[in-house]
Design a protein around this ligand. Structure first.
Ligand SMILES: NC(=O)C1=CN([C@@H]2O[C@H](COP(=O)(O)OP(=O)(O)OC[C@H]3O[C@@H](n4cnc5c(N)ncnc54)[C@H](O)[C@@H]3O)[C@@H](O)[C@H]2O)C=CC1
Ligand SMILES: O=C(CO)COP(=O)(O)O
Length: 353
């Protein structure tokens, strides 16, 4: 329930203070996570319209309550409607949810420029760092859409889309510089199975989400190469250490990484066969080429494959040592065999923990 004082006005910050009420949401992008979050918002009682690029997919979601391409075998809420006209999706929306992959966000936002309702809050679901600019996704949104950064939020946590769409219990974090906006979004997507916490550490949540994909690739590589649980736990733990180093250098709070958007998401993604990043890494670890691993994703995005390079560059720009990210980059983009990457990591000079 809203924690606001007074009687809030729908879709805008009430003049007397208190949290805005989000009654309508538009989710832009109908891949696995956009569709799952549209279902969560609908289940939470928020009137939600999902935008799909392909009209036939929009029709299937609205008429058959299913997204067989991305969430096969899962029943979506009958009240969820999908359209392929972005203006129709955005009509009257108090919340715009960006659910396209990181590297296509800027081009999509440019296409959508001027269409977002002027007072809407904007929520990023993407977990990545933009390749050329090294910007976080909320920075890209503020940059291209002109939305003030105190109305741009990120949602991040251990949220494998298929499990959420199956309504299995999960928690997450909604972070915004303005905590009341985070609370409004929290209210709009709280259900009996989905529990969002608020945070104001946008940088920490976004860095946690982007770097865990890279560390999940490393775990997949180790697993594909036949290595066991000690290796995986070591990668997860040292991966967390490099995430914290980078996050703190960028102004994030260390405690964010002990939370759902940090260690929570890292553990879920590094452990689950449902993770596209972990599976992608496992194919490389088994000796398949980057192209073969890419082909096996069937059009689904493994964000870490591109973000390993942008995270590495971001770390270099801030003088932060990220050896696991560097190794993943070298395997993915410089042809280093997984076995050699492991040898290189273990032959680094010893140091205190
Ligand atoms: N799938 C998951 O379990 C979770 C994914 N995420 C993040 O959510 C973001 C979206 O990923 P998913 O929905 O999982 O992706 P997906 O791989 O399931 O689908 C991608 C969606 O984006 C669309 N798309 C691809 N390129 C596009 C372009 N150039 N322009 C417009 N649309 C384009 C595709 O048609 C599809 O609808 C990613 O950043 C991912 O890291 C976050 C949490 C969970
Ligand atoms: O972000 C995710 C879980 O929180 C999904 O991870 P993958 O993109 O690796 O499937």
């Amino acid at each position: 329930m809203s924690t606001s004082a007074g009687t809030p006005t729908e879709g805008s910050a009430p003049p007397g203070g208190g949290d805005r009420v989000i009654a309508r949401a538009a989710v832009l992008g109908s891949g696995s996570w956009g569709t799952a979050m549209a279902a969560v918002l609908t289940d939470a009682g928020t009137s939600t319209t999902l935008w799909a690029r392909r009209p036939e997919l929009a029709r299937t979601i609205t008429d058959d309550h299913a997204n067989p391409d991305y969430l096969p075998g899962i029943d979506l809420p009958p009240a969820l409607r999908a359209v392929s006209d972005v203006d129709e999706a955005l009509d009257g929306a108090d919340l715009v949810v960006c659910a396209v992959p990181s590297q296509s966000l800027r081009a999509n936002l440019a296409r959508w420029r001027g269409t977002f309702p002027s007072d809407a809050a904007v929520l990023s679901l993407a977990k990545g760092i933009e390749s050329d600019t090294l910007l976080r996704m909320t920075e890209v949104i503020a940059d291209v859409s002109g939305t003030p950064d105190d109305r741009v939020a990120v949602l991040s946590g251990p949220n494998l889309a298929r499990e959420v769409a199956l309504r299995q219990p999960a928690a997450t974090v909604v972070a915004c510089r303005d905590e009341s906006v985070a609370r409004s979004i929290q209210n709009a997507c709280t259900t009996g199975y989905f529990r969002p916490y608020t945070n104001t550490d946008v940088v920490g949540c976004e860095i946690g989400g982007a770097v865990k994909n890279v560390i999940a690739l490393a775990c997949g590589m180790a697993s594909g190469a036949g290595l066991g649980e000690n290796t995986l736990a070591s990668i997860i733990t040292r991966g967390l250490a490099e995430t914290i180093r980078l996050g703190e250098a960028l102004g994030a709070r260390a405690e964010t990484f002990a939370g759902l958007a940090g260690v929570g998401d890292l553990v879920a993604t590094c452990s689950s066969p449902l993770s596209r990043n972990r599976s992608f890494g496992a194919r490389l670890g088994e000796g398949r080429s980057l192209d073969e691993a890419q082909e096996a994703t069937h059009g689904q995005v493994a964000e870490g494959v591109k973000s390993c390079s942008s995270v590495r560059a971001l770390a270099a720009a801030h003088g932060v040592d990220v050896p696991l990210t560097d190794a993943v980059h070298r395997v993915c983009h410089e042809g280093l065999p997984v076995r050699d990457a492991i040898v290189a990591l273990l032959s680094r000079s010893t140091k205190p923990e």
